[in-house]
Design a protein around this ligand. Structure first.
Ligand code: SAH
Length: 440
């Protein structure tokens, strides 16, 4: 979602005649698109913003903007800690970024002659920032790759997960009208795109406020019918809204890939309840069983948090057991950090860092083994790959993804990006498959 947000702003700026540079050293405008979901993500931005201070000292006309969730969550602090930042723009104001940049330039002109440029440049745009919702979705045609494109289908989130800052930074859920989504997908297909990834914080609750309702499964069926689109992916799904209708759509729609990212967060019912996830571990496992029954070979990936407030050793062991039961194809695993505005911040962050680190290491190792073992099932088999790069490193090395979302590197001659090929899997490296493309 953040990648797509950055593409949209890039697209709007390209339309106005801006160009991308290779390095921030030669740029007139540097924009940071930020994430607030974990403290670590914010720490990285703080350090990059620090580096901007020197760059701006060398090039005072440089415009520095901070966009995205951190701009909203840390608004006051950004100008305090990084006074060289010219403007901030929350996730619902991305379409205003071109105007904000221009406002900075405009306000600087007279200000420069008074030798007071930065202050004016900095303060004006903030006054202009209102908490406007991004209720009207624009269609921005810029996409960074030639084969696979992200398509936003909704904004915001109506869930109340107690650890999560997103409902605050991105606001409540708004779905994009299906007609607009389909037009965008058709245009992408006309331009030669082969794969779309439908994006939303919780795509499974798509369209619930439309009358008549268009469910996410309905939308998948409509996208599946667009000629030229070979593959459809989507992210993210909340287990609560991942229902049988979705699994049936995955089974029946030929272009929908056999991959579901279904964040479980914990294997302990006590923790899940305090996280306000709305399901018990057993219910989650049963959903997975139903999915696997309907869609053989489906890869399920997940997100897990360790060290949530009050997580006991027994709670953590329940997570380990759940991972062993579910055998995820891969997982994003995080150590809990309290986030501003999240409900869990009321509880003491009482798990010592070394305990969080140990728990995280334990599940990282466990998942590494499961990922390898699950991957090994593909050894000496062939998998369908959509070629994303045909000449990686050398003219004969290609890269693409399997339908189950494993990266695949392969020897290939005469292939081009966008081709669908079958690749014989010879070995596994980390999460990736290595092999060679079968002649077509
Ligand atoms: N709706 C999106 C949320 C993206 S956030 C989704 O379901 O994928 C991605 C992951 O970050 C979450 O699933 C969760 O595992 C993790 N996360 C969110 N808040 C966190 C926090 N306060 N501390 C640690 N990890 C967190």
């Amino acid at each position: 979602m953040n990648v797509r947000d950055a593409e949209e702003v890039t697209g709007l700026l390209l339309e106005r005649g801006y160009r991308l540079t290779d390095s921030e050293k030669t740029a007139d405008v540097v924009l940071f698109n930020t994430c607030s979901v974990r403290e670590h993500a914010e720490d990285k931005v703080w350090s990059l913003l620090g580096a901007m201070r020197n760059l701006k000292a060398k090039n005072p006309s440089l415009v520095v903007g901070v966009m995205g969730c951190m701009a909203k969550a840390q608004k006051g602090k950004i100008f305090q800690r990084a006074p060289h930042v010219d403007f901030i723009s929350g996730p619902s104001q991305l379409y205003e970024v071109p105007e904000l940049i221009e406002a900075v330039y405009k306000n600087r002109q007279p200000a420069e002659s008074q030798g007071n440029c930065e202050k004016v440049g900095r303060l004006q745009p903030i006054a202009a920032i209102q908490q406007k919702r991004r209720a009207e979705f624009k269609t921005v045609s810029y996409h960074s790759g030639p084969v696979s494109a992200f398509v936003t289908i909704m904004e915001g989130c109506d869930k109340v997960c107690s650890y999560c800052i997103i409902p605050y930074t991105r606001g409540p859920e708004v779905s994009r009208p299906p007609q607009q989504i389909l037009e965008e997908v058709k245009r992408l297909a006309d331009q030669g795109y082969k794969e779309v990834t439908l994006l939303g914080q919780n795509v499974n609750s798509y369209g619930k406020r439309f009358a008549p309702q268009t469910s996410f499964a309905d939308l998948l069926a409509q996208v599946n019918a667009v000629p030229g689109i070979e593959r459809i992916r989507f992210t993210t799904s909340h287990p609560w809204d991942a229902v049988e209708e979705l699994f049936d759509a995955m089974k029946d729609l030929e272009h929908v890939c056999e991959h579901l990212h279904l964040p479980v967060q914990s294997g302990s019912d006590r923790v899940l309840e305090r996280m306000r996830r709305g399901y018990a571990a057993d219910e989650y496992v049963r959903k997975l069983e139903l999915l696997r029954q309907k869609v053989p070979g489906v890869a399920v990936t997940t997100d897990i948090i360790v060290g949530f407030p009050g997580e006991t050793e027994a709670d953590f062991e329940a997570t380990v057991r759940l991972m062993e039961r579910c055998r995820f194809d891969s997982a994003f695993m995080f150590s809990y950090s309290p986030r501003p505005y999240a409900a869990s911040t009321r509880w003491p962050d009482d798990i010592p860092q070394e305990v969080k680190d140990r728990r995280l290491q334990t599940i990282l190792r466990l998942q590494e083994r499961i990922t390898r073992e699950e991957g090994e099932k593909a050894l000496n088999q062939t998998v369908e790959v959509l070629v994303e790069e045909a000449d990686r490193l050398s003219a004969r090395q290609g890269m693409g993804r399997s339908r189950t979302n494993r990266k695949v590197y392969f020897e290939a001659d005469g292939l081009k990006a966008g081709d669908l090929v079958r690749v014989h899997v010879e070995s596994i490296r980390g999460h990736s498959f290595i092999g060679w493309a079968l002649p077509r």
